[in-house]
Design a protein around this ligand. Structure first.
Ligand SMILES: *Cc1c(COP(=O)(O)O)cnc(C)c1O
Length: 409
């Protein structure tokens, strides 16, 4: 008799993006011919860097010839890519070994899978609002109680409220927690943690023998001086932090699929001396994963250096310019906005404390613009919407013109 993993029943109903799609479809059906401008989902829209495409084409050429064909590669990733990543981190003064890098098909799956390393008794702290995968992967693994509908929270998680008062970067919790998920620059709030703020978490984690899971998928969007791009810029972080990153937002790989996770050899926790977690993740990846696409990895190598890097940087600058246009446009009509400077996301406060889904409907109905209701990322997001700068420039301009014309705050 097969029985199901009952933890799936705990998952709060309806994933955010399907609900946005449903509402948009309903609206479109009653407004035939009206164009909807999408500044909702965080999905890249511009072409891949030419040097990255060239590298991938070259790889395909090699695969088409039996003399240069290759099949399965190392589960941990191509050595050349891991070594290119070592050099990439050196630019920020971070020294890592290639054996501390694990290449994957993206940061989302790593963020979901990494909790496999830890016991189901661990208490998990997450930022509120948060990227949903940190929450759902731990719910399914049984680290929470039920979803409390009234509060919009799961029993058993420790929520670190990210709000206007703390500039959307919370302090470490008062109580002892075991796993802490942090994302900087943050999706959805666009906030970026300072060195001192990250150091407070590192000090906390070392003191409590906790582990930080640091998602730096937007590190290339940091434009202002003084913000760490990697948690390993903070002294002591190699003892207590795992870092997850991706080529998706840096180099337009959302569809190509490529990311990496760093499990430092020095990493330790309550019952794991240094080295053990690194070898456990190696064991896990070798058994459950057969490596990222070799075509994607060739593209990744090209994205990290030379023309490929410069062209990837230009992509990031393009989206950041969109972010500036959105941010200034929303400010002009009187909204209070955050983010959008070191991040592709603008976190806009709804007028008069309106619920985020209500404001979503107004923006759709009056301005024909789709955004993401902040409440979908956690209760602390209930009076915000996330506006994404991923879009063609002309569509961003059009969306902002429609908002400015049709929305008075
Ligand atoms: C987009 C995003 C990622 C990247 O995920 P991939 O699976 O690599 O495409 C990771 N973390 C956050 C917070 C993101 O927004």
């Amino acid at each position: 008799m097969a029985t199901i993993n009952m933890n799936f029943q705990k998952l709060a109903s309806g994933y955010l993006f399907p609900e946005i799609a449903r509402r948009t479809k309903v609206w479109q059906e009653s407004h035939q011919g009206a164009e909807v401008l999408r500044l909702g989902i965080g999905n890249t829209t511009e072409a891949l860097p030419p040097a990255v495409c060239d590298a991938m084409k070259e790889k395909i050429e090699k695969l088409s010839d039996r003399a240069t064909y290759s099949g399965y590669g190392d589960e941990q990733g191509d050595t050349a890519l891991r070594e290119a990543l070592v050099r990439y981190y050196q630019r920020y003064g971070v020294e890592l070994k290639s054996t501390e890098f694990f290449i994957s098909d993206g940061a989302k799956s790593d963020a979901a899978n990494i909790q496999d390393l830890f016991s189901s008794e661990n208490v998990v702290a997450i930022q509120d609002p948060a990227y949903p995968v940190y929450v759902d992967s731990n719910v399914v693994a049984g680290r929470t109680g039920l979803f409390n509908k009234e509060m919009g929270l799961y029993d058993g998680f420790v929520y670190l409220s990210s709000n206007e008062e703390n500039g959307f970067i919370p302090s470490p919790p008062e109580q002892k927690v075991d796993l802490i998920y942090l994302c900087s620059p943050n999706n959805p709030t666009g906030a970026v943690a300072t060195h001192a703020q990250l150091k407070a978490f590192v000090d906390y984690a070392i003191k409590h023998k906790s582990i930080i899971i640091f998602d730096s998928a937007y590190s290339e969007y940091i434009t202002e001086e003084g913000y760490p791009r990697s948690i390993y810029e903070v002294e002591g972080a190699k003892r207590c932090a795992i870092e997850i990153n991706s080529f998706s937002k840096f180099s337009g790989f959302t569809g190509v699929r490529l990311g990496w996770t760093i499990v430092p050899e020095e990493l330790e926790c309550e019952d794991a001396p240094s080295g053990l977690l690194n070898s456990m993740w190696n064991r896990r990846q070798s058994t459950f994963f057969n490596g990222a696409s070799n075509i994607a990895q060739s593209g990744g190598i090209a994205a990290l250096e030379g023309d490929g890097y410069d062209q990837s940087r230009a992509l990031v600058e393009y989206y950041l310019e969109n972010a500036r246009i959105i941010r200034e446009g929303l400010e002009k009509i009187g909204l209070t906005v955050y983010g959008g400077v070191n991040s592709p996301y603008i976190w806009a406060k709804t007028p008069n404390g309106m619920d985020s889904w209500e404001f979503f409907d107004i923006l759709l109905d009056k301005c024909h613009v789709v955004v993401t209701p902040g409440g979908g990322f956690g209760p602390a997001g209930a009076s915000f919407v996330r506006v994404s700068s991923y879009g063609h420039r002309e569509n961003v301009m059009k969306a902002m013109a429609q908002i400015e014309e049709n929305l008075q705050v």
